[in-house]
Write a protein that binds this ligand. Structure first.
Ligand code: BTN
Length: 326
């Protein structure tokens, strides 16, 4: 009931009478009053006026299943939310839920991760109250070879969601980091399970640095948060909702062709590596090349000094800027 009351308060411009709430939810005035107190304790600013009822005047950066669900307006992406105040890793939890038949679109969110995982076996710093640590359960009917493109779809959607919600224009560092002013604000780790060459599920795990004021020494040269780059504190639930809406739209565009054809142009528009010299970290050795943009398969096309073109497949090879991270 708390979630539904919250949703109603959010949707109402003005006051909702106590009587109306009692009637709708079939509960007593005391029960409604208790829910209002709970919401206030969680950080919602609720005004109660005699003879008019209750109105939601604002809220702190609250993160809970009810808050996220009442913010998301999608068909399937994030319609089911599993929320943890603390967990090991939302990717681990999403995979566990997917094994237990969680539906396509289930979103797992944590306020804090004590075993956050990054790419290449690295960890991911995930403190409480400041970041978005979330993983989505997807069940696409595509070949396993195409699944890595979903990471690019996720990167594009996070970029779009951030712009819609904050106006900040992040760039994409191929394949799936988001950067603001040359520093990393978001990383994505996509994991997949297949059986007999068929995808059981794909889990893109998204980590976004939202309101951090500082970073540990090991990453402070390359990491940033939306707060540090804009000077403003942002509401995580609003960002999550905007990202889910963008993801749902982009996922459908991706499924139309099963590749990046419909999203390639937008992706390349925001690609920070584009037209820049990058260092390609290939297993056979490093080399320098000019990054041209991605192709339909999501591979990065680069041109070497001797004019030869190479296609770099995401997940196999990584690139970094020659003067630093970007
Ligand atoms: C990277 O190394 O750039 C990828 C980082 C991915 C971090 C996110 S946070 C939510 C999800 N859960 C994890 O344990 N990792 C991903």
């Amino acid at each position: 009931m708390k979630g539904e009351i919250l949703k109603l308060l959010k949707e109402t411009d003005g006051y909702v009478s106590g009587q109306e709430l009692c009637r709708r939810f079939g509960v007593s005035r005391t029960a409604v009053w208790k829910v209002m107190n709970q919401l206030k304790e969680e950080g919602y600013e609720i005004e109660a006026v005699r003879n008019r009822g209750y109105a939601l005047k604002g809220s702190a950066d609250v993160l809970s299943a009810e808050e996220i669900m009442s913010s998301i307006h999608t068909e399937w992406a994030g319609r089911q939310v599993v929320y943890f105040d603390e967990t090991d890793s939302t990717n681990i939890q999403a995979r566990r839920l997917a094994e237990q038949k969680a539906p396509h679109g289930t979103l797992v969110v944590a306020d804090r991760q004590n075993g956050g995982r990054g790419r290449r076996g690295r960890g991911w710093t995930s403190p409480s109250g400041v970041g978005i640590w979330m993983s989505l359960v997807l069940r696409p009917k595509i070949s396993p070879a195409s699944a890595s493109m979903l990471t690019l779809v996720a990167a594009l959607s996070v970029r779009e969601g951030i712009e819609k919600e904050t106006g900040l224009l992040a760039g994409i560092k191929w394949p799936n980091d988001l950067v603001l002013n040359g520093k990393k604000i978001c990383g994505i780790l996509t994991e997949m399970s297949t059986e007999l060459m068929e995808i059981q599920y794909v889990v893109p795990g998204i980590g976004i640095n939202v309101n951090q004021t500082e970073f540990p020494d090991e990453i402070k040269e390359t990491a940033a948060s939306l707060y540090l780059e804009s000077g403003k504190i942002w509401k995580r639930s609003g960002l999550i909702a905007a990202i889910m809406e963008a993801f749902e739209k982009n996922y459908d565009i991706f499924l139309e062709t099963g590749d990046m054809s419909g999203l390639m142009e937008e992706y390349n528009q925001y690609l920070v590596n584009r037209g820049k010299e990058v260092c390609v970290l290939a297993p056979q050795g490093e080399y320098r090349a000019m990054a041209d943009g991605i192709n339909r398969e999501g591979s990065l096309l680069v041109t070497r000094a001797d004019g030869t073109r190479e296609e770099i497949i995401s997940g196999e090879v990584s690139v970094r800027g020659i003067y630093g991270y970007v």
